[in-house]
Design a binder for this molecule. Structure first.
Ligand code: ADP
Length: 258
């Protein structure tokens, strides 16, 4: 078990859980941010650890300005956003967004461990981990080294995607990390003009995936302008759709973790 290097450890994190997919571009980071914000809106202290080092996109998705990382004594200070979330991402340490992180697995694993143990998270109710993609050794590090209370899996209703997500779920099962449930992102298209919904990819895939693994479909998130434009204009908190999704996410997460 990974232990933080300092004995006088100031971090007290009540619930540590991860958001995982297996397939890129399905909305893992989006669901990470929405989950964290949902819990924050309920009054909890929440942090986000962007463990998707090679594809770090949390700061961009959250529409954060450029932050300079600061040092707090022996620790790295996380960024504290206007929404009151504490965030750590490799993106804050890079000169620019296009700069690639070309590291081998052991270095990636070490960086993630430092992001956990050497960042001054302080007292948190929830630390949400945007998990590394796939079933590689980096995902393995997080699953084996951190005492995760569980994982939420993100999928889209396409058979190609659910087959890949199924592999990640199976990895969690083998490593005995509890599966909290599945979020179906891009479930349907919500037309901003007429309000009609269209199922692009068909239905039933995610229910089947959940059933096959003895878990539940927790929330359906539509493909919509609010989430599509989040990274360029920020999340529209006045939108009823956004508030409904946040309310549902905070409810299911606290139910599963308490
Ligand atoms: P991943 O972490 O799985 O690679 P992201 O969360 O980074 O995926 O999302 C990829 C892109 O898709 C982002 O530009 C995001 O804004 C967009 N996106 C995600 N979910 C939705 C949605 N429900 N509706 C519209 N756009 C979405």
């Amino acid at each position: 078990m990974f232990q933080p290097e300092k004995k006088d450890q100031p971090n007290k994190i009540k619930y540590l859980f991860g958001i995982m997919s297996g397939k890129g571009g399905v909305g893992k980071s989006t669901v990470t941010y929405l989950s964290a914000l949902a819990l924050k809106q309920r009054g909890y202290q929440v942090g986000i650890l962007d463990a998707d080092i090679t594809g770090a996109s949390i700061p961009r998705l959250m529409h954060l300005p450029k932050y300079e990382m600061k040092v707090c004594g022996d620790f790295i200070c996380p960024v504290e956003t206007d929404q009151g979330l504490k965030v750590m991402s490799i993106s804050f340490l890079m000169d620019n967004e296009e700069q690639p992180v070309i590291w081998r697995g052991p270095l990636l694993s070490k960086a993630i461990q430092q992001f956990f143990g050497q960042v001054l998270w302080g007292q948190l109710d929830y630390l949400v981990i945007d998990m590394p993609p796939g079933t590689s050794d980096v995902a393995l590090t997080v699953m084996q080294s951190f005492q995760l209370r569980g994982l939420i899996f993100v999928t889209t209703p396409q058979d190609l995607v659910s087959a890949v997500v199924a592999r990640s779920i199976e990895m969690a099962e083998r490593l005995k990390v509890p599966i909290l449930g599945i979020v179906e992102n891009m479930s349907y298209f919500l037309c901003p003009h007429c309000g009609q919904t269209t199922n692009f990819f068909g239905q039933g895939q995610t229910e089947k995936l959940a059933k096959d693994h003895g878990t539940d479909l927790l929330v359906r998130i539509p493909t919509s302008l609010e989430f599509g434009r989040m990274s360029s204009v920020g999340l529209d908190l006045s939108s009823k759709l956004v508030q409904d999704i946040l309310a549902k996410l905070s409810q299911v997460i606290s139910e599963r973790l308490d």
